[in-house]
Design a protein around this ligand. Structure first.
Ligand code: 3HC
Length: 331
C-alpha cells in the first residue's frame, strides 16, 4: 500500500525469517521501534494506516464542534470550545508528523482524505443540531478517545507513543468540560434536561462504534496486538468505556438509550455491564461514506484545502527564495 519509508532501508529484501523473528523478539521485550529502525513493511503500513486515519479524525473532528463556536451560550463556554477545537488541530499536526516519520508525505495523506480514499472516525459523520451535542461530544466522544488513546501511549512505535502522551493530557480537559456542560444542563430546566437526554440518545451508540468492529470482525486487531501497537482489543476497550461511562450518566439523572443495559456481577470476573447489540449495518454504512454528514465533512475539508492553497504556495515560495543553494556555501 505504501512504498518503502524515506527513512530506513528497503525492507522487502531483508525480510528473512530470521529478521522477522528478531523484530518480534524486540517487540516482545518491550523495546520501542524508532523511525530509523528496520521494520517489516507490513508493520510500517499498519502504522501509516492507523496514524493517518487518527490524524484525519482529529482534523475532521474539528468540524462538528466548530459549528457551535460562534453560538456558544456564554463567553466561558466559547473559550473552552475554542481551546478544544484548537487542541484537535494540534493533535492532527502531531499525528501527521508521526506518520511522516514512516516515510509517507502529508500531501499524500491529505490527498487520500480529500479523495475519500482514507477513513476517519465514523463518529464525526453525525450532525450537531443542539448545544447539548457539544457536551455529549466532549463527554462521550473524547471519553471514548481517551479510552482508546491511553493504551496507545504504550504503542511499540516510539513516535506514535510519544505523540499520544500530550494528546491524552489534552483529551482529559476535553472530556471534563463536556461532562460539566451536560451536568449543568441536567441541573437546568425541563427543556435543558430534555436537550441533554436527546443528545445522549443520539451519541451513545455511535460512541460505542468508535472502538471499531467486534473482535470477531476486526481484521487488523490480532496482528496489531501481536506487534503491541494495540494493547487491548476493540471489545475490551468498548467494555471499559461502557463500565466507566454508565455511572457518570446515572449520577446526573440521564437514562442510557439501551434497554438491555444491566450490571452483571460475574462479567469478566470483576463485574461489568451487559449491553445491547450494536447496529453494525449503521456502522458500516457510515464507515463506507453514507452517514448523515459524510458528504458535508469532505466538502468542508476540500473547500478549506482549496481556500488555503495560497498560504501553502506563499510558504513554499518563501522557503525556495531563502533556501541557501549548496553551491553558494561551497564557493
Ligand atoms: N470509523 C471508521 N473506520 C473504522 C472505525 C471507525 N470508528 N473502526 C474501525 N474502522 C475501520 C478500520 O480503519 C479498518 O479499515 P481499514 O483497514 O480500511 O483501515 C476496518 O474498519 C476494520 O477495523 P479494525 O478493527 O480491523 O481496524 P483497527 O485494528 O485499525 O481498529 C481503531 C480500529 C480502533 C479505530 C484503530 O484503528 C485505532 O485505535 N486507531 C487509533 C485511534 C483512533 O484513530 N481513534 C479514532 C478517534 S480519534 C478522536 O476521536 C479524536 C478525539 O480528539 C475526539
Amino acid at each position: 500500500m505504501y512504498s518503502q519509508g524515506l527513512i530506513g532501508a528497503d525492507t522487502q529484501t531483508h525480510e528473512t525469517p530470521e529478521f522477522l523473528e528478531a523484530f518480534q523478539a524486540k517487540i516482545d521485550s518491550e523495546q520501542k521501534i524508532e523511525a530509523n529502525d528496520p521494520m517489516p513493511q507490513a508493520y510500517r503500513n499498519t502504522l501509516i494506516r492507523m496514524i493517518s486515519q487518527h490524524a484525519h479524525s482529529e482534523i475532521v473532528g474539528m468540524l462538528p464542534e466548530g459549528n457551535w463556536i460562534t453560538r456558544a451560550p456564554t463567553l466561558r463556554r466559547k473559550v473552552a470550545l475554542l481551546a478544544k477545537v484548537q487542541d484537535e488541530g494540534g493533535h492532527g499536526l502531531y499525528l501527521y508528523s508521526a506518520a511522516e516519520t514512516l516515510g509517507v508525505s502529508r500531501e499524500q495523506l491529505t490527498d487520500e482524505l480529500l479523495s475519500g480514499k482514507a477513513k476517519y472516525s465514523s463518529i464525526f459523520n453525525y450532525p450537531t443540531p443542539t448545544w447539548a451535542d457539544i457536551g455529549a461530544i466532549g463527554w462521550l466522544v473524547d471519553g471514548a478517545a481517551i479510552m482508546n488513546q491511553v493504551p496507545l501511549c504504550r504503542c511499540s512505535y516510539g513516535p506514535y507513543a510519544r505523540a499520544m502522551i500530550r494528546v491524552c493530557k489534552e483529551e482529559s480537559f476535553h472530556q471534563r468540560q463536556g461532562y460539566e456542560l451536560i451536568t449543568s444542563l441536567m441541573q437546568g430546566n425541563d427543556q435543558q434536561q430534555a436537550m441533554a437526554q436527546d443528545a445522549l440518545n443520539r451519541w451513545w451508540w455511535p460512541s460505542l462504534m468508535m472502538f471499531g468492529p467486534s473482535d470477531t470482525d476486526s481484521q487488523h486487531s490480532d496482528q496489531s496486538m501481536a506487534w503491541k501497537i494495540k494493547r487491548f482489543t476493540n471489545d475490551e476497550l468498548r467494555q471499559k468505556f461502557v463500565d466507566a461511562t454508565v455511572p457518570q450518566a446515572e449520577l446526573i439523572g440521564l437514562t442510557l438509550p439501551d434497554p438491555d443495559l444491566r450490571w452483571n456481577d460475574t462479567k469478566n470476573g470483576e463485574g461489568g455491564y451487559d449491553f445491547g447489540e450494536i447496529d453494525w449495518d449503521e456502522f458500516w454504512r457510515v464507515v463506507k461514506g453514507h452517514g448523515m454528514m459524510n458528504k458535508d465533512r469532505l466538502a468542508a475539508r476540500r473547500k478549506a484545502h482549496a481556500d488555503g492553497a495560497w498560504v501553502r504556495e506563499a510558504a513554499l515560495a518563501h522557503a525556495a527564495r531563502h533556501a541557501t543553494p549548496d553551491v553558494a556555501l561551497a564557493s
